[in-house]
Design a binder for this molecule. Structure first.
Ligand code: AMP
Ligand code: MG
Length: 346
């Protein structure tokens, strides 16, 4: 072999070793410094009268801290706005009027009134007296069919027109002994606020919060994939029985159904979503209403409203306020607002 060939061989070998060395260093660096795959932390607690699950992941901080902050925020809202607690709404119901209401209370009352107007009163935040009569104010309350006279009397102290709210002077009052019940909107609001708390701690956190069927997205799964939300079969045995799927990257979805709180007497189902006009459980063929909205608060409130407005005008009218509706009827047929199906494609 000539000297020229030998040196050529040596050079090729050196290059080969160098390439091998560089790629092994690169591989080792990748293995050592590769980010751990995102893992989701789940936490479930009984809050807001239901089971609330926070599923969250963060590449910045402990997801336990984030979930705890979210739970604490929802507990704060439950205490403040629950009709049975010692918060501001309970105080208003006792005294009939409040001065110097804070910004948050003002926002929630204003939103409730706006939704009541938008739905021509199908959503009505003053039905507390009726809700108590039926025993739907608390799990431990006796559930019973009130007499017609009782309902008639209670109707004399319900109706959102009995609320006087003056935002500028931070004033609210209730006429004729009306009592405020934010039960159809506060859960959604709590979910929104809990998500805001998480985002303030880590803007890049992802996951969702599910408060008994009111779901708000913190961020897409693994940062890029949608969360798959199952709409419960209203007559199914468990939450696992699903009739439709929704794919959500952001925003919120809420369901109101006649299976959530009810009792059956003489084969008739009496449930907790009341028709503000009659004072009886709303009966128009709808057994569940699901609303996709920008915020959990809006989805929550409009889902209750859609349950009461029913197919017409619910499905066609509510999208005007950003509420896309899916109704499940007694015969298990379904109706969707135009555009709803966009959320049913992956
Ligand atoms: P949701 O489960 O979100 O549909 O809210 C139902 C709760 O809201 C009930 O338990 C009552 O406290 C209250 N509620 C019942 N009927 C109505 C209605 N038509 N509008 C607003 N709130 C209602
Ligand atoms: Mg609701």
């Amino acid at each position: 072999m000539s000297r020229r060939n030998t040196s050529h061989l040596l050079r090729s070998r050196t290059i080969l070793y160098a390439v091998l060395l560089v790629s092994s260093v690169a591989l080792l660096t990748f293995v050592f410094f590769r980010q751990k795959p995102l893992e989701y932390y789940d936490r479930t607690e009984y809050l807001l009268g239901t089971y609330v699950t926070v599923r969250v992941s963060s590449s910045k901080m402990s997801p336990v801290t984030l979930a705890e902050a979210a739970m604490a925020e929802m507990e704060r809202i439950d205490d403040k706005f629950g009709s049975r607690s010692n918060g501001v709404i309970a105080e208003l119901n006792r005294s009939g009027e409040l001065h110097d209401i804070d910004k948050e209370t003002s926002f929630l009352i204003k939103s409730a009134l706006e939704i009541a107007r938008n739905t021509s009163g199908a959503f009505d935040p003053t039905l507390y007296e009726l809700t108590k009569l039926w025993g739907f104010d608390d799990e431990s309350s006796e559930k019973r069919i009130p007499s017609e006279k009782e309902i008639e009397e209670a109707l004399g102290s319900t109706g959102f027109s009995r609320i006087t709210f003056v935002e500028e002077s931070q004033y609210v009052s209730l006429a004729d002994g009306a009592m405020l019940d934010l039960g159809a909107i506060a859960k959604g609001y709590a979910v929104d606020m809990a998500i805001a708390k998480i985002k303030a701690l880590d803007d890049g956190a992802t996951g969702f919060i599910d408060a008994g069927g009111d779901i708000g997205v913190i961020g897409p799964k693994y940062g890029s994939r949608p969360w798959i939300v199952g709409v419960r079969d209203p007559r199914g045995e468990s939450v696992q029985d699903v009739i439709e799927y929704i794919y959500l990257y952001d925003g919120a979805v809420a369901t109101s159904g006649d299976y959530e709180r009810f009792f059956i007497e003489d084969n008739v189902r009496y449930h907790h979503i009341l028709d503000p006009e009659t004072g009886y459980p709303s009966r128009n063929g709808v057994i569940s209403a699901t609303v996709i909205g920008k915020s959990a608060m809006l989805a929550d409130a409009y889902a209750t409203a859609a349950f009461v407005t029913g197919m017409e005008p619910g499905v066609t009218f509510l999208p005007r306020f950003g509420a896309l509706v899916l109704l499940v009827m007694e015969d298990m047929s379904t109706f969707k607002s135009p555009g709803f199906e966009v959320y049913q494609e992956r």
